[in-house]
Design a protein around this ligand. Structure first.
Ligand code: HEC
Length: 149
């Protein structure tokens, strides 16, 4: 394919990804709010993973991000009310059909973040790294069943 055509194609795919999502027009915008809450969570979570992977671990910065994560960890859940399964959500219908399983995943995430906080207080990098992975696993475990791809 000629380069120009390919560039146009890539551009239109990018634009589609940006504009293809319907706006959340419902009162209170529950879908948008919970998506924003997850985006805020990842903003504190991801930099810790970067530090661990790139060997740029800085105890003080890490501690700050952990505190942020703990401060934000309760924010998404109240926005998963009944009748809030509509576009642009990426949640699966199982969030509402299997509420116990969803609550269990959420609990696992909260416990994992408690352990991360405890590990950070203990200042042992090996334990901090392991605890970070456990939190990561809890995100992935919930997404596997409850977030559409
Ligand atoms: C108990 C289940 C659960 C846990 C735990 C969980 N998530 Fe999610 N996450 C979801 C669901 C459900 C959605 C889809 C929300 C929607 O679109 O309505 C989602 C969406 C997201 C999104 C996409 C937001 C957007 O629309 O752009 C990001 C990013 C994300 N989660 C990051 C994380 C990270 C990072 C963690 C762990 C630190 C985590 N999540 C833990 C269930 C979970």
């Amino acid at each position: 394919m000629p380069a120009v055509l390919r560039a146009v194609l890539i551009l239109s795919v990018t634009l589609l990804a940006a504009c293809g999502e319907p706006e959340d027009t419902r009162p209170g915008q529950p879908v948008k709010q919970r998506q924003q809450a997850f985006k805020d969570i990842i903003k504190s979570f991801e930099p810790m993973g970067v530090m661990l992977r790139k060997g740029s671990y800085d105890a003080e910065r890490f501690e700050k991000f952990t505190a942020e994560l703990v401060a934000k960890r309760d924010l998404p859940w109240s926005h998963f009310g009944p009748d809030t399964n509509y576009p642009p959500t990426k949640a699966t219908a199982e969030v509402w059909s299997q509420p116990e399983a969803f609550a269990k995943e959420k609990q696992g995430f909260l416990i994992a973040t408690d352990k991360l906080q405890a590990a950070v207080a203990g200042k042992d990098k090996g334990q901090i790294s392991a605890a970070y992975e456990t939190v990561h696993d809890s995100c992935k475990s919930c997404h596997k069943q409850f977030k559409a791809r």
